[in-house]
Design a protein around this ligand. Structure first.
Ligand code: BF8
Ligand code: SF4
Length: 630
């Protein structure tokens, strides 16, 4: 059968061929069937905000409709659409953060959810001026959860976690009046301002988007990360394996897919339950093999080393192996296509969240009040499905790669302590990293994040970019589906330092790290913000002055739009490998890719070719070094 050429990952290619042979479709087939995308939509020029429309603005100036029926210009329509994408992403990350806060609020000594990291809890309590002396740790946790929940709807004041940013950055935000208040309020304000007949000023809409995005990165996402660490533990370095080759022929294979660790943490416990293990034996399996997909995978691999089955574009392929008893999902990035696809195999596709019911799936609601019992019931369904596996349809590709994961900011500091002379220097800081950057051993750092998108060859955008950058002594931190691409490509093994330039190779050797560091899920980009923020404070400069860049080479979601915007608004230049739907407005394009630099000290670059993007990033890093006198 011919090469598919969908992916640089041979496992993906092999399974795409199996799909074709078995007559089932994947995202790539549907992408082909979609033919040419709508040009208006692609440029952001279609407005369906009110029922006088939909209105489509002609992309050619002076020809065709230049204004919507209400009189909105191309600039306004494009900016409104973009602001709404940001609100969508901000809502999604933040609702995840809120759910985790509720879980913390219900945590108890004898319940299913417990406090795992007291130190992180006490630090956050101190930061929020919550009384900790002579108090039960669970009382403190509940008050921390309440304060966190208030961040979503408080009527007055700025978001608390913004305080963590360097002074210079806070001044930039203040000067531009983009300091967000309550998280929900920012979403509501964007939805309000983008209603028919409200805000009709493109520049102002972009400012609103920037302000809202900060409520994601420094708000909802950061709350999600902080409280997940308190509940489930701060990640530490550990070994795992990545790609669909982690599935086991003779075991019950379960895939957890989605985002919130409140479900997956309980599944991790449930698969170790002796009664369920016994049941697995009774149905003829040697054990239960748990693997993850998308950000849920990142959450459980960071904290337990659970194997990584694959990233976003591989979710259908997991079912196509014919070896998966259940795909258990909660929220976000789940293809509705999994429902009809699962019916072509024996796989049970189980939805668990009232927020994400999917027609054709089996819905077993995950009730947090009886979390472990719920998780066990779901795992039991998977085990009982083992007998339905059709051996003739099973094909598990052999390829998988070893990877080191678990590099939280705390873990990175811990690794850096290896090179600190504790008689002279303080331990537990990022100073050794700052020193490497100042001396030029490392030229800089890049955060490479985001999704898969069939507009780009699967994983090609991520891996080419990473390889080019590490070759040039730029250390990489990564999250989301980009991180999984790196793990599969072997860039997260310690041996991968041989692909790095001399300087980075040496650092990896001394600090005992791979050149590409897994920092978690997409909400964990908040970890990257804090890493950059601390580095900036150590060097006493603004975040925008650092030789640090960001990229989302294969982005596709609204969440990614919000992330890109808060990264830029935090002063970090960001490269996109997929063109966002804004090209219908020269004003908006100019704001994002040019004027943003005057406003927030950073801007967007769009470059689909990862090698060219790498060169631009290297140049930018060198410019920043020069400006700092390095
Ligand atoms: O939040 S990187 S495809 S899984 S959106 Fe989704 Fe994109 Fe993957 Fe996680 Ni993030
Ligand atoms: Fe058309 Fe204006 Fe309504 Fe949009 S808001 S659909 S541009 S009339």
């Amino acid at each position: 059968m011919e090469e598919k050429n969908y992916s640089i990952d041979p496992v993906t290619e092999e399974l795409a061929r199996k799909a074709e042979k078995e007559g089932v479709e994947t995202l790539w087939d549907r992408k082909k069937a979609m033919k040419t995308p709508c040009g208006f939509g692609e440029q952001g020029l279609c407005c369906r905000i009110c029922a006088m429309g939909p209105c489509r603005i002609s992309p050619t100036e002076g020809k065709g409709a230049q204004r919507g029926i209400c009189g909105a210009t191309a600039d306004v329509i494009v900016a409104r659409n973009l602001a709404r994408m940001i609100a969508g992403g901000l809502a999604t990350h933040s609702d995840h953060g809120r759910d985790i806060a509720h879980v913390l609020h219900m945590a108890s000594r004898d319940g299913n959810y417990k406090i795992t990291d007291e130190k992180k809890l006490l630090n956050l309590a101190a930061e929020w001026k919550i009384q900790t002396e002579n108090r039960d740790i669970y009382d403190i946790a509940h008050e921390v959860a309440e304060v966190a929940l208030n961040e979503f709807g408080k009527p007055f004041g700025a978001l608390k976690l913004l305080e963590r940013a360097p002074e210079q950055r806070k001044q930039v935000w203040e000067k531009n009046q983009i300091i967000p208040g309550a998280i929900d309020k920012e979403i509501v304000t964007i939805m309000h301002s983008t209603h028919i007949g409200c805000c009709a000023n493109a520049e102002d809409l972009i400012y609103k988007g920037m302000k809202g995005s900060l409520a994601d990165g420094w708000g909802g996402s950061m709350i999600g990360t902080e409280l997940s660490d308190i509940l489930f533990g701060v990640p530490v370095p550990r070994e795992t394996e990545a790609n669909l080759g982690v599935l086991e022929e003779d075991q019950v294979n379960i895939i957890v897919h989605g985002h919130e660790p409140s479900l997956s943490e309980m599944i991790v416990l449930a698969v170790e339950d002796p009664e369920l293990l016994q049941l697995a034996k009774e149905v003829g399996a040697k054990g239960i093999n748990l693997a993850g997909m998308c950000c849920t995978s990142n959450e459980v691999t960071m904290r337990h080393g659970i194997k990584i089955a694959g990233n976003f574009a591989q979710q259908e392929l997991a079912i196509i192996t014919g070896a998966v008893e259940a795909v258990i999902v909660d929220v976000q990035c789940i293809f509705p296509a999994l429902a009809p696809l699962a019916k072509c195999y024996h796989t049970k596709f189980i939805t668990t969240s009232p927020k994400a019911k999917i027609t054709g799936a089996t819905h077993i609601e995950f009730e947090e009040e009886k979390a472990l019992a719920s998780a066990k019931q779901i795992v039991k369904e998977a085990i009982l499905n083992f007998k339905n596996r059709n051996k003739e349809k099973v094909f598990i590709p052999q390829a998988k790669s070893p990877a080191m994961v678990g590099y939280s900011v705390e873990a990175i500091k811990n690794q850096l302590d290896r090179v600190v002379n504790s008689n002279i220097d303080e331990i537990g800081t990022l100073k050794p990293l700052a020193d490497c950057i100042v001396s030029g051993v490392l030229r800089g750092a890049a955060g490479i994040v985001g999704c898969n998108n069939p507009k780009i060859k699967h994983d090609y955008g991520h891996i080419e970019l990473m390889k080019e950058l590490i070759k040039n002594d730029i250390i990489i931190v990564t999250t989301g589906c980009a991180a999984q691409a790196a793990a599969k490509a072997g860039l997260m093994s310690k041996e991968a330092r041989k692909f790095a330039g001399k300087g980075l190779e040496r650092v990896c050797e001394l600090v005992d790290i791979p050149p590409v560091l897994h920092m978690g899920s997409c909400v964990d980009i908040s970890r990257i913000l804090l890493l950059v923020s601390e580095l900036a404070q150590l060097l006493q400069v603004d975040m925008s002055a650092l030789p640090v860049v960001g990229a989302a080479p294969e982005w596709m979601s609204e969440k990614a739009v919000s992330i890109g915007t808060y990264v830029v608004t935090s002063g970090i230049d960001t490269w996109l490998g997929v063109v966002p739907p804004v090209t219908g407005s020269a004003t908006v394009v100019d704001l994002l890719t040019n004027k943003a630099e005057d406003i927030v000290g950073a801007k967007f670059y769009v470059e689909p070719d990862p090698r060219k993007a790498a060169q631009q990033m290297i140049e930018r890093i060198e410019e920043k070094r020069e400006a700092l006198g390095l």
